[in-house]
Design a protein around this ligand. Structure first.
Ligand code: NAP
Length: 243
């Protein structure tokens, strides 16, 4: 019987690396994404190359009806299985000083980076609780811990995600379900394209950006049985860039 994992934003960046890590750990991986079909197909190939299998689950995590519909349809098609690992990595950023920030950029970031937590986690939760085993890992951000200028929308969403992680962890801990957040600093993905890496490296004690594989290794630990006593926590992975 395969074990199932769902990774939102699994087509690129950190989510893609998490898909490959989970495949290497033996999970059948449901790869969620919203628009980039070619990247998603390539991520599925990488999952297969890692020795497992998976499938694509295309939906906008910020769209409640779409998210609940896709997850419920999968559950109805697999009545004997359940998603035991959920990694929420779908995210966007639309940086600007608050003075100049348009309402649509506030709304888009809150919708994708925070509402997605509710839209995707809730339909996955009951089967985890019934099976008395589950692992939920939310990809937050250093920005959600300390705030960053130009990111009031993103910091608010990620800070909210961290708070939701802590609350949910306390709700489901008695049922064997752990809920944690990972807070990366700068990780080399499409999301940081356009940032001045040479300049920013000087501010990072480790003097480099992290890799998606390094974040995936941490997620791989958190979803394992050995991490059963870690819940409601936020684990930073930022090369020493705490403030
Ligand atoms: P990325 O390379 O830009 O990839 C974003 C992924 O999210 C893609 O798979 C994309 O799908 C998916 N996505 C975006 N909006 C979506 C939506 N509405 N519904 C479903 N999927 C959606 O980003 P990344 O750097 O890997 O970031 C992953 C997570 O880590 C994000 O939550 C981000 O905030 C967080 N993070 C990143 C960094 C960093 O330095 N990179 C630092 C801290 C936190 P498509 O391919 O279809 O577009």
């Amino acid at each position: 019987m395969p074990k199932y994992a769902l990774v939102t934003g699994g087509s690129r960046g950190i989510g893609r690396a998490v898909c490959v890590k989970l495949a290497a750990l033996g999970y059948y991986v449901l790869i969620n994404y919203v628009s980039n079909d070619a990247a998603a197909a390539e991520a599925l190939e990488a999952v297969r190359a890692a020795g497992s299998d998976g499938e694509l689950l295309k939906f906008d995590t910020g769209d409640r009806e779409a998210a609940v519909g896709a997850i419920t349809a999968w559950q109805e098609a697999h009545p004997d299985d359940y998603i035991e690992v959920l990694v929420g990595s779908a995210g966007i950023r639309r940086d600007n000083l608050l003075l100049w920030m348009e309402g649509e950029d506030w709304d888009a970031v809150l919708r994708t980076d925070l509402d997605s937590f509710y839209n995707v986690t809730r339909p996955c939760l009951q089967p985890m609780v019934l099976h008395r085993y589950g692992r939920i890992v939310n990809i937050a951000s250093l920005s959600g811990l300390k705030g960053l200028p130009g990111q009031t929308n993103y910091s608010a969403a990620k800070g909210g995600l961290i708070a939701a992680t802590k609350s949910l962890a306390q709700e489901v801990a008695p049922r064997g379900v752990t809920v944690n957040a990972v807070a990366p600093g700068f990780i080399r993905t499409d999301m940081v394209e356009g940032l001045d890496e040479a300049e920013l490296r000087k501010t990072i004690p480790a003097r480099r950006f992290g890799t998606p594989e390094e974040v995936a290794a941490l997620v791989g630990f958190l979803v394992g049985k050995d991490a059963a006593y870690i819940t409601g926590d936020v684990i930073s992975i930022n090369g020493g860039l705490y403030s």
